[in-house]
Design a protein around this ligand. Sequence first.
Ligand code: GLN
Length: 548
Amino acid sequence: MKNVRYIFVTGGVASSLGKGVSIAAIGTLLESRGYKVTIQKMDPYLNIDPGTMSPYQHGEVYVTDDGAETDLDLGYYERFTNSALSYLNSVSTGQVYYTVIQRERKGEYLGRTVQVIPHITNEIKNRILLLEKNNPDIDFVLVEIGGTVGDIESVPFLEAIRQFRLDKGPERTLFVHLTLLPTISPAGEVKTKPTQHSVKELLNQGIQPDILICRAKNYLDDEVKSKISLFCNVTVKRVISAPDIDYTIYEIPNIYHKEKLDDEIMKYFKIENTDPLFSGNPTLEKWESVVQVFKNPESIVKIALVGKYIVLSDAYRSLREALWHGGLPLNSKVEFINVDSEILNSKNVKELLKDAHGILVPGGFGERGISGKLDAITYARENKIPYLGICLGMQCAVIEFARNVLKMENANSREFNADTIYPVIDIMEDQVSITDKGGTMRLGAYPAKLVRGSLLQQIYNSLDIKERHRHRFEFNNRFRNDFLKSAMLISATSPDDKLVEAIELNPSVHPWFIGTQYHPEFKSQPLKPHPLFVSFIEHSRKMILKNK
Ligand code: GLN
């Protein structure tokens, strides 16, 4: 058994400091030194998972290969590292209590009183240990404790990691605390007091942080670092600056590296040349080139995102990231035109979408905003603007085509109209009898076969793919023949041919119009952009000249 090392990241002073990105960037640095990492998120809410939460509450729901509906931070973990995540990587208070209570009902506690300490904390520790058991070649387990230190909800998690250090020893556990240093105007002075208080709060829980990552407007000067070091009992070299960045989060691994965060982690764990784990210096050139595209792009491609939740950029987080990735091999930066589908209609569509080089309708649920999405699709189809429809965006493309080209009046999805005579999108057979909402959709990665000669096959350069899903409705096979005779081609199906996985328009009627029932955005990484997004941006870029 390896000597797996554990790094715990907590957050203080304010929420939304970017703990997810921060721990993911630590993962990047460790991987760039040749180590294998996995990253786990502890979410302090009572929901079993975010699958039942509104995007307004929680941002996007990220889906893993094995079909876990998880926090969007797992998306950052998979974009920044190569660690393959599963349902084990996403833990919530709800899951922990549910497991303990089920065990109690089975009588497994043998008459004892069931308590937060030790039963809940033991369950939390078990879940951390499971990662090592399931990934025997792992070197580092990184654990993000959600919430802000001082919240009632995080207390059991902090207690569990305090005990974890006791169990494994400081030589195998490292506590990183991410904190905020506000600047008070007009003097522009950086304030350390909230950080001091937040560290005291952690100490109250029995945890002395070993490294502080300090979010602030700028790099911290030596004086501020010394002050924090003195008051927080952390050596100066372990007070790391995390300045606000103008360009891209993909710069963060480089910033941390320049601040010598990875060196300090190596030193903390006493990983030297002689250690079997030591593997030299990190290589971050590829990340540097990602940043360069953001700073000096050759072109700017504007993609209209037509959805319900556009005010909240995290609601389509993976999608926005995947679109950016798509521009990277083309030295192009993608900018978004955020269009609220509830506002868009056939009268203002031209005005709202006139600057778009490509149009994208993302996934979604419920009828609100559908009519605007359909108008946006008609506009993209008729004006030959590249269109990518994802999940609901594919379903809408099918509805739009059925209504306006195949003349199936009021064609619809049964999700929006149970009585339509043209239910071109219908509930999946095995979903009909399901009443529970949590974790019951068609979830996770499934194989699909692509149709030879389709645009999709050219893009993937393969006939077999595996992509992730999250849906209850599907293309209704009753209408396959009607579509087969038209310009809309079914370009991917499940291997048994029963489920339609993608559609596209014949190149004779449209240069680039694709809808996928699956979510390709979950598998795109900046260092490995998803081919579908690269192709979409490439074709959208051609519109720059046309629009001039
Ligand atoms: N609401 C649609 C369905 O359940 C689409 C889901 C989605 O876009 N993720 O099939």
